[in-house]
Design a binder for this molecule. Structure first.
Ligand code: HEM
Length: 127
């Protein structure tokens, strides 16, 4: 397995642990205020990054490594910005709007760049 794939899975596991512990906390306290945060940590962090990691593992050397590391960085910075502002929103506090917008844009950008990686790997595999 490539270092890139390992990095995606390692980050995904960290998000999953935080998201799951948050879910257990919500269940134990019967306070579901942080339900949207729990869902976004698990889906963007765990599911999103693990799926990308699986792709880089399968694609191997066919995937563009430098662009893959860019996707990794952009996705994680975007996730952390977005999740930190979502935390404020679910607690009824105003978000830092530029941070929220930057997080949203980076998360979308990471997915678009991931799409480019998929296309490039597909072309390399076909040639
Ligand atoms: C130890 C693991 C987990 C625990 C204890 C847990 C717990 C919870 C709880 C207590 C709720 C709120 C239910 C309610 O409102 O009645 C919830 C909602 C939800 N969970 Fe989890 N969960 C876990 C893992 C996951 C994972 C792995 C995902 C996704 C990959 C996930 C996605 C969601 C979603 C989408 C919702 C609905 C959010 C909403 O309605 O706003 N959960 N979870």
């Amino acid at each position: 397995m490539s270092r890139l794939s390992t990095a995606f899975f390692a980050a995904a596991v960290l998000y999953a642990l935080v998201g799951m512990i948050l879910g257990m906390f919500m269940g134990a306290t019967q306070d579901f205020t942080m339900r949207p945060l729990h869902a976004h940590i698990n889906l963007l962090g765990w599911a999103g990054l693990a799926l990308m990691g699986a792709f880089y593992g399968v694609a191997g050397a066919k995937a563009p490594a430098r662009l893959g590391w860019t996707v990794f960085a952009v996705a994680n910075v975007g996730n952390l910005l977005l999740l930190s502002q979502l935390y404020k929103i679910v607690h009824g506090r105003p978000p830092i709007v530029p941070a929220l917008m930057a997080g949203e844009l980076l998360v979308v950008a990471s997915m678009a760049l991931f799409g480019v990686c998929v296309l490039m790997a597909g072309r390399r595999a076909a040639s």
